[in-house]
Design a protein around this ligand. Structure first.
Ligand SMILES: [Zn+2]
Length: 225
């Protein structure tokens, strides 16, 4: 994969192959930075087997610098992602993806409050994602606890219920953008499907690594095999 730097050196991403089919994000929230190294490790390890992809390791470089959820303009990148944003980080991300047609968009996050793992599955497909469910079962057998319950009762834009670490949301389509990156991407059919693995922030590095490696092995590689 090759590194591409834009916005006067302030924004970087990686590309592998032509006509990328897979979009991967990490570093959307700057206090969720540990997962990025494991994603990078997997991209190098599995590059030959993966489809062509774009990887943005720091969706918000200034938030990652500050190790805070919000960036240097006070924006939560996953609540303020609008086409007319004056935030250069939003515009850099739009520039990278606006003319692409991916089959899958994966955004790695960490939930700083939790020990339990969970995945948001959002998109136009109607069926439950069997590969994601199987991945959760594999992790459970390896001692990872899965969230059953509500994701975040304090955040009014959340409040989704999870069973065995999984929540399925069929995207209505043609909605107004709501400030989430997923809505921006799904509304434009830049990708029809979005998976958000929410790695438990309180887990040790070994557990985080196990989850990310399994996500590549048991979900991404199987989707594209
Ligand atoms: Zn996050």
């Amino acid at each position: 994969m090759k590194k591409i730097v834009i916005d006067g050196g302030k924004f970087a991403y990686f590309v592998s192959g032509e006509n990328p089919k897979l979009l991967i994000h990490s570093g959307t929230h700057g206090d969720e930075f540990e997962v990025t190294d494991f994603v990078m490790e997997c991209l190098y390890k599995y590059e030959a087997e993966l489809p062509s992809f774009i990887f943005v390791p720091e969706v918000s470089p200034t938030a990652v610098d500050q190790k805070t959820r919000i960036n240097n303009m006070g924006h939560d990148m996953n609540r303020m992602f609008f086409s007319d944003s004056k935030d250069p980080e939003v515009q850099a991300n739009i520039e990278v993806i606006k003319d692409q047609k991916f089959d899958l968009f994966v955004s790695f996050h960490e939930d700083p409050e939790l020990n339990d793992y969970y995945i948001y599955d959002v998109g136009y497909r109607k069926d439950r994602h069997e590969l994601a469910l199987a991945h959760n079962e594999i992790l459970k057998k390896n001692g990872v606890t899965l969230l059953t319950g509500i994701d975040d009762i304090e955040d009014t834009s959340l409040g989704f219920e999870f069973v065995d670490g999984y929540n399925k949301m069929i995207f209505p389509g043609n909605e107004k953008d709501d400030g989430t990156i997923s809505a921006w991407v799904l509304n434009r059919r830049i990708s029809p499907e979005y998976l958000l693995p929410e790695i438990p922030g309180r887990a040790d590095k070994k557990t985080k690594s196990l989850i990310v490696h399994s996500f590549f092995n048991d979900v991404i590689l199987k989707i594209f095999s």
